[in-house]
Every structure is written in C-alpha cells, then in structure tokens.
Design a protein around this ligand. Structure first.
Ligand code: 9UX
Length: 72
C-alpha cells in the first residue's frame, strides 16, 4: 500500500530544476507519483514502502545535487 512523503528541496532555482527533480523521482523504483513545486520548494511523492524508503528518496535527490529534507 502506497505512502505519501513530503520533502523540502533546496537548490532549485528554475523550472528546469523542477523537471529534473521530478524526472529523477519518477524513475526511482517504487515511486508511483511525484510532483515538485518551485514556489514552495516542496515535493510530494507517493511510493511503495516495501520497495523504497523516505531516506532513499532524500538520498536520490541529494545525489542529483539538490538538498532534501523530510517534512513528513
Ligand atoms: Mo535551471 Mo537548475 O537553468 O539545476 S536547471 S538552475
């Protein structure tokens, strides 16, 4: 059953950054849906916790050169 994670993402300065982070998130195994908002610096990710964890998602965002913190 899917869970929803909310992440604060730092370092996004243009719409292409948003597209890039969304693309990274949507390619991760276990991620069903990902939306990122530039204005709020928030990302919402629906994921299968038997495949990927919130920490894994944070790490994937950081590996792409952005900052990420778990909101909930
Ligand atoms: Mo925009 Mo983001 O020119 O890594 S793509 S700043």
């Amino acid at each position: 059953k899917a869970l929803l994670g909310q992440f604060r993402i730092g370092g996004m300065t243009c719409a292409a950054c948003v597209n890039s982070v969304e693309g990274i998130l949507r390619k991760l195994p276990g991620v069903k849906r990902a939306t990122v908002a530039l204005a709020t610096s928030l990302g919402e990710v629906e994921f299968d916790p038997s495949v990927i964890s919130k920490d894994d998602i944070v790490n994937a965002i950081e590996d792409a050169g952005f900052e990420a913190a778990l909101v909930q």
